[in-house]
Design a protein around this ligand. Structure first.
Ligand code: UT7
Length: 325
């Protein structure tokens, strides 16, 4: 059976850049601490653009590269943890603005693994004949669910969107292997954001829920450094590839120390990882496609290069894709 291929990739981030120094005016932190513990120097923070706005702009860039029109798209899958509203879905709003009149559109929720979950779903649906061209998007305005008084989390995250066009490959290159999973059993408390508290007259008023994003950083860190090597090894095993044939690993951009540790565990140079978290922070579902798109824009990928995309996040969830560009 023919492979499914990413034929277009694009990203868009808000222009507004917030430096570590600016954050040190909000909470008890410093540029030195943030850089040393995470590698992040600055992030893009929306001044009003919505999750849909970012998704639309990233999609236009991806469609440009794929040389396709909105009418060609028959599947839109959006991954987001920070939708503008519960209903309609972000995907339907994107469909409406872009005029993708022929598409079925829906959102998925898998936190920072979301873009790769969405790509794996689109890959399967296309292979199943449920459509021939998919627009897959990771878009986040996380700044709206961040507690800007919490130094443990507010220094880590940023806003942005990335998008990809997937279709049946005509040249035997494309998505070679995929792997995803989740651990709700032990992982549901590690990373949470309760946006919609129950406020009915019937609700127990004593049951207060924290509405902002909360994270047990050390727990997520431990999970991340074990899951990245596991996902990479599984993708290599399933595809029969050797790591020496992989041009780049494009990981979820959460913390450079996580990437350092993964490189050590995989016994490879850190240079094999494409890293841009210093400029964007952690943009959750948008992080992998923004990095992927940036690497392509910089001309770092040539036709035939094999790359691995790998992500982990709230849930806890994980996902990876090995593909030939
Ligand atoms: O996509 C979601 C995935 N999320 C992640 O991948 C996050 C994974 N976790 C991490 O990246 C790291 O655990 C953090 C960056 C969140 C924290 O780094 P850490 O080295 O694990 O620090 P820590 O939580 O052990 O805290 C060390 C100290 C604490 O002070 P005490 O208790 O030693 O006095 C914190 O209160 O650093 C303090 N601290 C800060 N200090 C200055 C925590 N945040 C800050 C801050 N500025 N922003």
């Amino acid at each position: 059976m023919s492979l499914v291929k990413i034929v277009g990739i694009g990203h868009y981030c808000p222009e507004n850049t917030v430096s570590n120094d600016q954050l040190s005016n909000l909470v008890d932190t410093s540029h030195e601490w943030i850089v040393k513990r995470t590698g992040i120097c600055e992030r893009k923070i929306s001044k009003g653009e919505s999750t849909v706005d970012l998704a639309v702009k990233a999609s236009i860039n991806a469609m440009k590269m794929a040389k396709c029109s909105p009418q060609d798209i028959d599947l839109i899958v959006v991954a987001t943890t920070s939708p503008d509203r519960i209903m309609p879905s972000t995907a339907c709003s994107v469909q409406s603005i872009l005029g993708c009149d022929n598409a079925a559109a829906f959102d998925i929720s898998a936190a920072c693994s979301g873009f790769l979950y969405a790509s794996i779903i689109a890959n399967s649906l296309i292979k199943n004949g449920e459509g021939s061209k998919a627009l897959v998007i990771g878009s986040e305005v996380l700044s709206r669910i961040i507690d800007w008084n919490d130094r443990n989390t507010c220094v880590l995250f940023g806003d942005g969107a990335g998008a990809a066009i997937l279709e049946v490959s005509t040249d035997n290159s494309g998505i070679i292997s995929t792997y995803f999973g989740s651990d709700g059993k032990t992982g549901t408390k590690a990373l949470t954001a309760n946006q919609f508290p129950i406020k009915t007259p019937f609700a127990d008023a004593s049951l207060k829920r924290e509405e902002y994003l909360q994270m047990d950083g050390r727990e997520v860190f431990k999970f991340a450094i074990s899951i990245i090597p596991k996902v990479v090894k599984k993708l290599l095993e399933d595809s029969g590839e050797d790591i020496s044939n992989i041009k780049y690993i494009i990981p979820h951009q959460a913390n450079v120390r996580i990437i350092d540790d993964a490189a050590k565990k995989l016994n490879i140079s850190k240079d094999k990882f494409y890293i841009n978290l210093e400029s964007y922070g952690n943009t959750s579902a948008a992080s992998v496609p923004i990095a992927f798109s940036e690497a392509v824009n910089k001309g770092l990928l040539n036709k035939g290069d094999k790359i691995i995309l790998v992500a982990f996040g709230g849930g806890l969830t994980w996902a990876g894709i090995l593909l030939e560009w």
